[in-house]
Design a protein around this ligand. Structure first.
Ligand SMILES: OC[C@@H]1[C@@H](O)[C@H](O)[C@@H](O)c2[nH]c(CCc3ccccc3)c[n+]21
Length: 485
């Protein structure tokens, strides 16, 4: 059997907008909640018309989901603290000293007086519920990673509909506005102070690269604010890089636990030999949130105040990108449809590989490639913070899970320090602009009754997670086959 080691963690993940709402009294408002309710977004098809308030109801049903997670052999969770819940009203009146110059925000100086002032703005019930949720999972022996930001901003910081209609200069502009860096730093300092005693590890944010590229370049993705503007894209990238560094410093004031960052990193594959350089360029570009936090380089601009701010890396891996060199494009490469993220839902890629309900090609060897590249470059501990497949009938998921865990084992056996695997996802949840039709759960959710049902993959996962090994009887599912019969 393929042993993953007794310390290797198997976990699940929770994101406010995607998991928490569903039963009355769990509602909150954020930029994403506004965005998903916008009538023009719905009639244009930019978003599905599904609403977060009809979700799986984790805010009330968390003990039940923790029971299931424990039963499936899981011993870790990462959970997002929803900023919009904690601070539904502006915190801008709590003024903190900042250090800024022409390059950007170099320092945000927070002390306990500021924390005390922030406390009077905070929703104490929300904070208490997050503590209850975390303590419930810890009471079962589970490890807890807190994710401090997963795309969703308070509406007093970002009104995506007004931005799209009036422009970034006449609406709360979110990450385009440098003040969001300061407000974010105050928020994370407050959470570190209030919850630091029950948190084992932190990460500052999920997928800054996705926030910037899908909000301001690939606006057909249905991500807020759908505002096509390259200059805004660049400002958002810079502000997210600064937010991570300032947030890292702020958490360190109140917690000694390791602080990471999470990015979705694809395996970048050249179509032909001549496209190798283009693939390398794409991969290096994909790395920018990690590169800037470790080495201080952002778009080849060196920022001494951004380097040395990372204790661990979270990898979200789903599939690959196949690229060709393209001098006319913005970045010198073009990602080809028919491979990776660009396939036909439930179809077959050009390479003959099965694809998910989302049209994402199954490419397990890519997670090995990425893990090796990350370890060779950064030598930091890595957790696979997301890996999964939209597969409502659970036809591909068993092979998907076994094949990716096999590739993770390969990386570990070559010295890569991968410490855990968080499957996306434990339960079906709101897939952002796509709504509830994309079902990523090991566990099926009936969104009418909120009842949970185990897919066959849940039982396969339990076999692997409880023994921390892939049994020999599962090895026929490793794809591509590791041996030729
Ligand atoms: O799409 C599945 C999950 C989302 O539900 C998570 O919230 C998000 O962290 C996440 N990232 C990725 C990979 C990058 C990506 C993001 C958005 C759309 C397509 C691909 C896949 N997922």
């Amino acid at each position: 059997s393929i042993k993953l080691g007794k310390d290797f963690r198997f976990g699940f993940s929770i994101v406010g907008v995607q998991h928490e709402m569903g039963l009355p009294g769990s509602e909150f408002v954020s930029d994403w909640v506004l965005w998903l309710h916008d009538q023009e977004n719905i009639v244009s098809g930019l978003v599905s018309g599904d609403f977060p308030e009809n979700g799986p109801g984790y805010w009330h049903l968390y003990r039940q989901d923790h029971d299931i997670a424990e039963r499936l052999g899981m011993d870790a969770m990462w959970i997002t603290i929803e900023w919009a819940r904690i601070f539904p009203r502006p915190t801008t009146d709590v003024v903190v000293p900042i250090d800024r110059d022409s390059e950007g925000i170099k320092g945000v100086y927070i002390d306990v007086e500021h924390i005390e002032k922030l406390r009077s703005y905070a929703d104490r019930d929300a904070l208490r519920r997050y503590r209850e949720i975390i303590e419930d999972w810890k009471s079962r022996g589970g490890m807890v990673i807190v994710n401090l930001f997963h795309w969703s901003l308070p509406i007093w910081l970002h009104d995506p509909i007004k931005v799209r209609k009036l422009g970034v200069d006449r609406a709360p502009a979110g990450w385009v506005d440098e003040k969001t860096v300061v407000e974010y730093t105050k928020f994370v300092a407050f959470i570190a102070h209030e919850l630091g005693d029950v948190v084992d590890m932190w990460y500052t944010m999920n997928e800054p690269n996705v926030i910037a590229s899908l909000g301001y370049i690939q606006i057909q993705s249905g991500f807020p604010p759908g505002y096509l503007d390259i200059d805004c894209y660049k400002r958002v990238v810079k502000h997210l890089a600064e937010a991570h560094a300032r947030g890292y410093e702020a958490v360190k004031l109140f917690s000694k636990k390791p602080i990471g960052i999470v990015e979705s990193i694809a395996s970048w594959i050249p179509l032909r030999e001549g496209d190798r350089e283009a693939a390398e360029k794409g991969f290096r570009y994909n790395l920018w949130p990690i590169e800037v936090a470790v080495n201080g380089y952002l778009d080849d601009v060196y920022r001494d105040d951004l380097k040395g701010h990372l204790d661990w890396i979270g990898l979200n891996y789903y599939t690959r990108n196949v690229v060709v060199s393209d001098p006319r494009s913005l970045q010198g490469f073009r990602i080809l449809p028919g491979y990776g993220y660009g396939c036909t839902p439930r179809g077959i890629s050009i390479d003959g590989r099965p694809c998910s309900d989302f049209g994402w090609e199954i490419y397990p060897e890519g997670i090995y490639d990425v893990l090796k590249r990350l370890w060779d470059r950064y030598r930091l501990p890595i957790y696979v913070t997301e890996n999964g497949i939209a597969d409502a009938v659970d036809a591909l998921r068993p092979h998907f899970i076994v094949s990716h865990l096999y590739q993770i084992h390969r990386a570990r056996s070559e010295g890569v320090d991968v410490r855990g695997y968080f499957h996306w996802n434990l339960i079906d949840n709101l897939e952002w602009a796509q709504g509830y039709r994309m079902r990523f759960g090991l566990v099926h959710v009936d969104f009418e009754t909120k009842k949970r049902y185990l897919r066959p993959s849940a039982l396969l996962f339990r076999e692997i997670a409880s023994g921390k090994e892939i049994p020999d009887e599962f090895m026929h599912m490793v794809y591509p086959p590791r041996y030729r019969v």
